[in-house]
Ligand binder design. Structure first.
Ligand code: IPE
Ligand code: IPE
Ligand code: MG
Length: 245
């Protein structure tokens, strides 16, 4: 029995910008600019399809290892895109939030992120989470630290630490776990993305480079999702019975 339903939450690794530019003999930054255009289109397409949450990997905790000039260009592009697009997100009822370790970003960029979050805080349409300086291991580590702090303050006993307590301290707390994961660009790996949250997510890898990913490609991924039987450890018969309950 397949799900048939539209996924509530889609998480994407937007990969392949650099190769897209390379194929055109252009500098990598051109690929990142084209990547922003694809991102805009996919946010809109998700809204139109009634998807409730979209989580995008924009910059990983490992991407600081890139040449300084590329990191600088990415931060500039991020800053300018935020300034240019926030108004449109408000108009489209998109609730924007950032996940990741902000402490490494310059003050002005942090303020810009907070401003965009505040402006969209009341929106109840698509929840758009952008992962910047994000790593799945960082996320689990900061949740562990928050739990240790709570124990130290006497608010929590160690034996009360269960999966709910951990999940409530993860960066995506309050958003349902991703139903569908998409990675463009041909690599079949998770690259330290949402390690905790992807436990039961359906995984879709496609060779298309991110700047070429469009609404039709999104529909292909959704069709793949709708063809899955989600059993969460149960038997097929049990899963079917639950769907009808
Ligand atoms: C994804 O595209 C964007 C970021 C990681 C910021 P890449 O820049 O990784 O593109 P490729 O993988 O080199 O083609
Ligand atoms: C993953 O892409 C991170 C983002 C898309 C932001 P990378 O291009 O950094 O991943 P690896 O290094 O090839 O695994
Ligand atoms: Mg890449």
């Amino acid at each position: 029995m397949t799900t048939d339903a539209t996924p509530c939450h889609i998480a994407i690794i937007m990969d392949g910008n650099g190769r897209w530019a390379g194929l055109r003999h252009s500098p990598r930054v051109e690929g990142h600019r084209a990547g922003v255009r694809a991102t805009r289109a996919i946010i809109e397409a998700c809204g139109e399809r009634g998807i409730k949450a979209l989580t995008l990997f924009a910059f990983s905790s490992e991407n600081w290892r890139r040449p300084r000039s590329e990191v600088g260009t990415l931060l500039d592009l991020f800053r300018r895109t935020l300034q240019a697009e926030t108004r449109k997100l408000v108009d489209n009822n998109v609730h924007l939030r950032f996940i990741g370790d902000r402490s490494r970003f310059p003050d002005d960029l942090r303020r810009e992120m907070e401003r965009a979050e505040a402006l969209t805080a009341d929106a109840d349409g698509l929840t758009l989470s952008i992962a910047v300086n994000y790593g799945g291991r960082w996320d689990i580590t900061q949740a562990a630290r928050a739990l240790a702090d709570a124990v130290k303050r006497g608010e929590l006993e160690p034996h009360d630490i269960d999966e709910v307590a951990v999940a409530s301290r993860m960066a995506l707390a309050g958003v349902t776990e991703p139903d569908l994961f998409i990675r463009t660009g041909g690599e079949r790996r998770i690259s330290n993305y949402l390690l905790w949250q992807l436990a039961y997510t359906e995984l879709w890898f496609c060779d298309r480079l991110w700047p070429d990913f469009d609404a039709d490609a999104l529909d292909e991924a959704i069709a793949f999702y709708q063809g899955r039987e989600r059993r969460f450890g149960r038997t097929s018969a049990q899963a079917a019975a639950m769907q009808h309950a």
